[in-house]
Design a protein around this ligand. Structure first.
Ligand SMILES: Cc1cc2nc3c(=O)[nH]c(=O)nc-3n(C[C@H](O)[C@H](O)[C@H](O)COP(=O)(O)OP(=O)(O)OC[C@H]3O[C@@H](n4cnc5c(N)ncnc54)[C@H](O)[C@@H]3O)c2cc1C
Length: 383
């Protein structure tokens, strides 16, 4: 492919949840689209694998048949609520208003990506994006092997380390709005078989961090530990070591993991959190999902917001072509639409995340919630 040049209307960088949702939403646009990903699918993505209720809503908006297909998709476990274990050992259970699923990203992303394949309007290019530049007339991408792609518009869905965000929006990591987390798969964790509850454990000695156990459909559990980057740095936390220490040091957890088997390496990745307004578009580009820092700062969920932003980006792209306008001013409509929908919830959950860094407050809230079911219902509506 050395030196080959291609011209498209739109190039989508990355085919995770944001990119695939965007590609699907462009189906009847009449535009010529390229989607570039360095991975072939199925591919893993380090994640808690919790597919929240928003994913279902976005799928329904793109095409109700997609939601029906996900509902019939076998590689998933239903998730009907959270079970929070507070540092004082007490627990509360909160049922979701919109239940979701737990599905390995290896499976879910491959399922979603699979819906984009075999379409005439879309060319899939498996390659690494090495560079991107934009000027008033087009965007140019340089792929591995020096292949060049030209397009009128680039949609950056290339995740937490987005080349598009770094190059075109000058994004830098803000550690106050960034978390680190590790994920492991365990077989045989006691008390999880058939469970639909997403467990969050706030463990004494490992705060302000959160340990999770999310049951999958095949007897395995996604187990992980995450913390805000500023705390990781300040306290010099090794997340991988902490995950194992939590299991060993907590009497309740060590009992439940006594016969459990780690089935894969413990792996870590970053979470660019939302809650702070940024510029997520510019002349001839739009950012979506992790590339736009849209992860919920309280729950760590980013798949639903990634897909929602992919859908909104597709709508904005169609507007750009109809008006033949790819200016900063036109793209601002995308920022406004995303932040109108997501910023109030992201800001509120950022405040809750900051408050939950105080163990005494969590203990107090859990005690109050146990005594007051009304507060539990309030929580359920917030999650
Ligand atoms: C440990 C952990 C636990 C999490 N738990 C949950 C959870 O339980 N539920 C939830 O909703 N969210 C969770 N998240 C967040 C969630 O994983 C992300 O928000 C989500 O994956 C964002 O989707 P995306 O499409 O924006 O990016 P991604 O899923 O990262 O997809 C980006 C795609 O771009 C491709 N790409 C990247 N760079 C290039 C390049 N230079 N060239 C070509 N291709 C490229 C990648 O191969 C990838 O396919 C978690 C995150 C972490 C780290």
């Amino acid at each position: 492919m050395q030196g080959k040049e291609d011209v498209f209307d739109i190039v989508i960088a990355g085919s995770g949840p944001a990119g695939s949702a965007c590609a699907l939403a462009l189906k009847n646009s009449g535009l010529k689209v390229a989607m570039v990903d360095r991975s072939t699918f199925p591919r893993d993505k380090i994640c808690g694998d919790a597919i929240g209720g928003r994913v279902k809503k976005v799928l329904r908006e793109i095409d109700p048949d997609l939601l029906a297909e996900l509902e019939g998709y076998p590689s998933k476990n239903r998730s009907s609520g959270w079970k929070l274990f507070s540092p004082n050992g007490k627990t509360i259970e909160v049922n979701f208003v919109n239940p979701g699923y737990v599905s390995r990203r290896l499976d879910f992303d491959s399922w979603l990506f699979g819906k984009t394949t075999g379409q005439n309007y879309l060319e899939m290019i498996y390659s690494e994006i090495r560079d991107i530049n934009a000027d008033t007339s087009s965007v140019q991408l340089t792929l591995q092997g020096d292949r060049k792609i030209h397009a009128s518009l680039a949609i950056g869905c290339d995740g937490a380390h987005s080349v598009v965000a770094k190059k075109l929006a000058d994004f830098k990591v803000d550690h106050r709005h960034y978390s680190g987390a590790v994920r492991a798969y365990y077989k045989g964790v006691e008390g999880t078989l058939g469970s639909e509850m997403l467990e969050i454990h706030l463990v004494k000695g490992f705060l302000p961090g959160y340990f999770w156990i999310f049951p999958l459909n095949d007897g395995l559990c996604n187990v992980g530990f995450g913390m805000l980057s500023t705390d990781i740095k300040e306290r010099r936390i090794d997340l991988k070591t902490s995950l194992k220490q939590i299991i060993q040091s907590s009497p309740a957890l060590s009992k439940r993991f006594a016969n459990a088997e780690l089935v894969d390496d413990v792996k870590g990745f970053g979470l660019p959190l939302g809650g702070k307004e940024r510029t997520i578009s510019g002349e001839r580009f739009i950012l979506c999902g992790d590339a736009a820092s849209l992860i919920d700062p309280l729950t760590g969920e980013g798949i639903g917001n990634a897909m929602l932003s992919g859908l909104y980006a597709a709508r904005q792209a169609i507007q750009c072509f109809q008006k033949n306008n790819f200016s900063v001013g036109e793209m601002k409509h995308y920022d406004e639409a995303i932040y109108k929908k997501l910023l109030p919830e992201l800001k509120k959950n950022l405040m809750m995340q900051r408050a939950f860094n105080r163990p005494w407050l969590i203990n107090l809230l859990v005690n109050v919630a146990i005594a007051n079911p009304g507060l539990k219902n309030w929580f359920a509506k917030k999650l």
